[in-house]
Design a protein around this ligand. Structure first.
Ligand code: GUN
Ligand code: ZN
Length: 446
């Protein structure tokens, strides 16, 4: 079993932390299908040096006594995962039976989101949600709240307390939902402007950012989507998040609602919602023209494999997106998705690709969930890898938990084989510790 020894020195400044273990991160995007990629940085039994919450470097030699040392030798240390599409209030409806998207929204999701009008529910929900992310090895996220301003505020406040990189915003929806979940163009604009003034670029180390958040085309009028586009045009530092082309009935509904648009994606494009800080979830039912539009605008897709499978939405064509040059990240989309664990979602992504006759390497998958996601969000200066001066959002994992995974780990013949088996067989139970900007934010009890 790996040893864990914490060596404390009374004279150690608390801001100098050294973590020992097998360090794995990426210097660039590994090419598809290449298993011995030069973009993989694996440093077995090294020390990761962290000062003032920032990564200073790594070394094989044990650092001196000026460092607070935590020995995780025999464990895997990676950058924290980035979940680029997940819904805070939907933890309450994860694993709900028997529906596709539109029925699932009406039957389970909208009723759960109604409860977030209550500030106490919103605050408790935000704290529980962020702690759950940290307990799954996800240290940064792009998050849907609800239509209620208070739900976005609760998330920003809870993320600020934890020092996390969080991108969120109040959901915009002014039609086709229960009355308790509807806003209108004027009040939504006021709420957005107020939230942007108070939270965008704020929080410890400026780690909070606002995302203009139209839920999806069916629940916003053209006037509301135009307002959202105008907000984006007024401040290019704002993010935008929404859903696109997830489910076939949804796609048909959008073509009825917006007959003048060439496609679902074109609705957003015409109204100014596609830009380099736009994150569009799903994108299963896109065509080549849509992918070219995404490329032209610099927008990215969040592939949500467990959600796409669970809600029977369809099989995302990652290779087509990658072939066009559209950035793709991987996201849990809980509660449509069935786990906050990025490994579980990456495993589902592997299976979806396998059905299309393609092979997703552990490198391509883990890069997409770390450095690749950071790149898509314009955040590589801050997170997603172990580069000097990035903030130390770092997770420590057991290579194997339980006899099956341990036996598999023991016979791995090379690094890719070992990491791929880890990706397939591990989940949040393998997580030992999460650090956010060098501060411990989760530690397994046993
Ligand atoms: N489309 C519109 N809203 C949602 C949602 O909450 N989850 C998913 N998966 N798709 C959506
Ligand atoms: Zn979603």
């Amino acid at each position: 079993m790996p040893s864990e020894t914490t060596i404390k020195s009374s004279s150690t400044p608390p801001n100098r932390l050294a973590l020992r273990g097998d360090l794995l991160d990426f210097s660039a995007q590994p090419a598809w299908g290449v298993l011995d990629s030069p973009a993989v940085r694996f440093q077995p039994d090294h020390w990761l040096l962290i000062a003032d919450g920032r990564i200073q470097g790594s070394q094989a030699a044990e650092p001196d006594e000026s460092w607070h040392k935590v020995d995780h030798s025999g464990r895997l240390i990676m950058p924290g995962f980035v979940d680029t599409h997940v819904h805070c209030p939907q933890l309450d409806v994860i694993a709900s039976y028997g529906t596709e998207l539109l029925d699932w929204l009406n039957t389970y999701t909208f009723p759960a989101e109604c409860r977030y009008a209550d500030p106490a529910v919103a605050q408790a929900g935000a704290e529980r949600f962020l702690d759950a992310l940290l307990a799954h090895g996800t240290t940064a996220a792009v998050v849907f709240s609800t239509v209620h301003k208070v739900s976005a505020e609760a998330l920003f406040a809870a993320a600020a307390e934890r020092g996390m990189r969080l991108i969120t915003g109040k959901v915009l929806m002014d039609r086709h939902a229960p009355a308790a979940l509807l806003d209108d163009v004027a009040s939504a604009e006021r709420d957005c402007i107020d939230l942007i003034d108070r939270w965008h670029g704020q929080g410890p180390r400026g780690r909070l950012a606002y995302a203009v958040t139209p839920r999806f085309a069916p629940t916003s009028s053209a006037a509301q989507l135009a307002m959202a586009g105008a907000l984006c045009r007024a401040d290019a530092s704002l993010y935008m998040q929404t859903h696109v082309a997830e489910n076939r009935a949804e796609v048909r509904w959008v073509s009825d609602l917006f007959p003048q648009a060439r496609s679902y994606l074109d609705v957003y494009d015409q109204l100014g919602l596609l830009h380099p800080r736009a994150v569009l979830a799903h994108g299963i039912w896109l065509d080549d023209e849509d992918r070219q539009a995404l490329l032209r605008r610099g927008a990215q897709l969040a592939f949500c494999p467990s959600s796409n499978l669970f809600l029977g939405s369809g099989l995302f064509d990652w290779a087509a997106a990658a072939g066009t040059g559209v950035p793709v990240s991987v996201a849990s989309d809980v509660g449509g998705g069935t786990s906050l664990s990025m490994q579980r979602n990456l495993l589902d992504a592997y299976k979806v690709q396998a059905l299309a006759g393609q092979r997703l390497s552990a490198w391509a998958a883990l890069h997409a969930a770390t450095r690749g996601a950071a790149e898509g969000l314009g955040l590589t200066h801050e997170l997603g890898h172990f580069g000097t001066n990035t903030l130390a959002d770092v997770c420590v994992w057991d290579w194997a938990c339980g006899p099956v995974a341990q036996a598999r780990d023991a016979v791995a013949q090379n690094l890719h084989e070992r990491v791929f088996a880890w990706m397939c067989l591990s989940d949040e139970r393998n997580l030992v510790s999460s650090y956010v900007a060098g501060k411990i934010s989760y530690h397994r009890k046993t």
